[in-house]
Ligand binder design. Sequence first.
Ligand SMILES: Nc1nc2c(ncn2[C@@H]2O[C@H](COP(=O)(O)OP(=O)(O)OP(=O)(O)O)[C@@H](O)[C@H]2O)c(=O)[nH]1
Ligand SMILES: C=C(OP(=O)(O)O)C(=O)O
Length: 212
Amino acid sequence: MQWTLVIPLKPLARAKSRLADTAGDGLRPGLALAFAQDTVAAALACPAVRNVVVVTDDAVAGRELAALGARIVPDEPGDGLNAALAHAAALVRAARPHSAVAALNADLPALRPPELARVLDAAAGFPRAFLPDAAAIGTTLLAAAPGRELRPAFGAGSRARHRASGAAELALDAVDSVRQDVDTGEDLRTALALGVGPRTAAAAARLLIPGQ
Ligand SMILES: Nc1nc2c(ncn2[C@@H]2O[C@H](COP(=O)(O)OP(=O)(O)OP(=O)(O)O)[C@@H](O)[C@H]2O)c(=O)[nH]1
Ligand SMILES: C=C(OP(=O)(O)O)C(=O)O
């Protein structure tokens, strides 16, 4: 099965606010963009991925991510993350009704294409499925097989909501790169230890993180 991935991205100036201690206002937008670039590039390199749709109103990010091969759609209806994901999934299905669709966070700078392929292949066995984040509190990927609505419930504590919604929780070994979202400085250190993509490596080098 081949998937369309929907990747949401806030305007860069507001993104990654929990990294304020690690990256000041001058560096944080570039870091958020680097995470998204490495996430999108790895997703597009995954054989289980047909195409990537980025939902963003950020003009700079839209241009850079389109250059990597993503389709950019505006953040509509302007009612937050889950409404934007549901709207983008509906656009995908309007164009291709039998698409398998998955939402993926934009902050997975260590993402490895073979690990993403294993997650998507496992998700294909269920009507809806999700992968908990590394902290086991949130979600990094929510998948809907052809003919199933995505019904996203991302945000703080989304693992419990996705589980309660009936989505299957994927319990897979060795998919750390798909689970390692970066919200805090500690998350960034963990991602750097896993091995991040080239744009994040360059952006992180400007932060002078101890131990790098
Ligand atoms: N298009 C769109 N994406 C969003 C929106 N809110 C959050 N996101 C994206 O959804 C994912 C998870 O978002 P959050 O953890 O809430 O935000 P963040 O910018 O990653 O981090 P914080 O500012 O520290 O909360 C990230 O990829 C965000 O860029 C929204 O309203 N619209
Ligand atoms: C949006 C989510 O991520 P975060 O941990 O970045 O809030 C989530 O886990 O659903």
